[in-house]
Design a protein around this ligand. Structure first.
Ligand code: FES
Length: 97
């Protein structure tokens, strides 16, 4: 049994690029991640406790990109804008665990 405390919410945002093939970073994924991180950091500490946003490599859903996934729920989003990713993250943060 691991002694490492799991995150309450861990969101992985693909920021991958692929040579000559569609990829999430083609749609500004790094900027969207930065915006979502800033939104979480702006929350009061009790609300953002145990929340982690991570840049990830390819999540294997390139045809739906840009994508992100939130664990432990395993909820995916194919977002159309940085604002949409931010909303997805803030809604996930607000859900009771
Ligand atoms: S490049 Fe983002 S899921 Fe593959």
């Amino acid at each position: 049994m691991s002694e490492i405390e799991p995150f309450r919410l861990h969101v992985f945002v693909c920021t991958n690029k692929r040579d000559g093939k569609p990829a999430c970073e083609d749609h500004g994924a790094k900027d969207a991640l930065a915006r979502a991180k800033a939104a979480v950091h702006a929350l009061p500490p009790p609300q953002r406790a145990g929340v982690r946003l991570s840049q990830s490599g390819c999540l294997g859903r390139c045809d739906h990109g840009p994508v992100a996934v939130a664990y432990p729920q395993g909820e995916w989003i194919s977002y159309g804008s940085a604002e949409e990713l931010e909303r997805f993250v803030l809604e996930a943060v607000a859900k009771p665990r």
